[in-house]
Design a binder for this molecule. Structure first.
Ligand SMILES: [Mn+2]
Length: 248
């Protein structure tokens, strides 16, 4: 490999579920180190949702938001593209955030051509169709009326409500069964077939794995990204020659 070739940025990276919050500064530190020392060598970075543990509007500047925005912008200016798909925690991320950080917002289902293979990207919550209560809330909370109602409330009030929601979600999750919290296999197959893809990458369930499946008689794969924790974090790296999982 020539020196020139080895300097070219040709990797594509995928991460999700960092759940950045002031309460876990070590994850923010890990992420900033990743942006500065690892993602800067890549062609592009796809963040598939729940970068933040909560998002109450683009006008919130409480830590670590400002620092994270600045580092995302630095990376974009160094020539690494960053794409974002909303998570269930930070679905209120809007155009102002996108402008300030240089991150490009994608649709909840987005198909990219990953070195010749059409690849479907999503956060993953939409695939958890056994969780009926959540899916009902999701439909309600994605309406413009619901969003406007939230985003026009004073910032301090939104901060309080977000805290309460986090606590509520924590308590609810403990009550729900393990299968309800995972993807529904039929929903996965339907959505992959609908988008004509044999590869899916998502996060959300925190069940890192590579699943083989069958879409109408064709071999397909579903990649589940890991959540970022203090002890372990990971990135899915693609190159022309294939993929590998990297621990951080
Ligand atoms: Mn999620």
């Amino acid at each position: 490999m020539s020196r020139f070739h080895s300097l070219m940025k040709n990797e594509i990276l995928f991460i999700s579920d960092l759940h950045l919050t002031i309460e876990r500064p070590e994850i923010t530190k890990k992420f900033i180190h990743f942006l500065t020392h690892r993602a800067s060598k890549a062609h592009s970075l796809y963040i598939l949702g729940d970068l933040f543990d909560s998002w109450i509007g683009d006008d919130d500047f409480s830590p670590p938001i400002k620092t994270v925005k600045q580092h995302l912008k630095n990376l974009v200016e160094q020539g690494t593209q960053i794409f974002y798909i909303h998570g269930n925690r930070d679905f209120l991320i809007g155009q102002k955030f996108s402008q300030e950080s240089g991150v490009i917002l994608l649709d909840e289902y987005s198909v990219i051509n990953l070195y010749g293979v059409e690849t479907l990207l999503t956060h993953g919550d939409l695939l958890c169709t056994d969780d009926i209560d959540y899916q009902a809330f999701r439909i309600k909370s994605r309406s413009q009326a619901w969003k406007n109602n939230v985003l026009t409330k004073p910032l301090f009030l939104r901060l309080l409500v977000a805290r309460w929601y986090r606590l509520r979600s924590f308590l609810h999750k403990r009550k729900k069964s393990n299968t309800i919290m995972d993807v529904n296999q039929q929903s996965v197959e339907n959505i992959m077939h609908q988008h004509q893809t044999l590869r899916l990458i998502h996060g959300h369930t925190h069940r890192q794995a590579i699943h083989d499946l069958d879409i109408k008689g064709k071999a397909a794969q579903r990649f589940v990204l890991p959540e970022w924790k203090k002890e372990s974090a990971g990135v899915l790296c693609w190159e022309k020659s294939g993929y590998h999982l990297e621990s951080l």
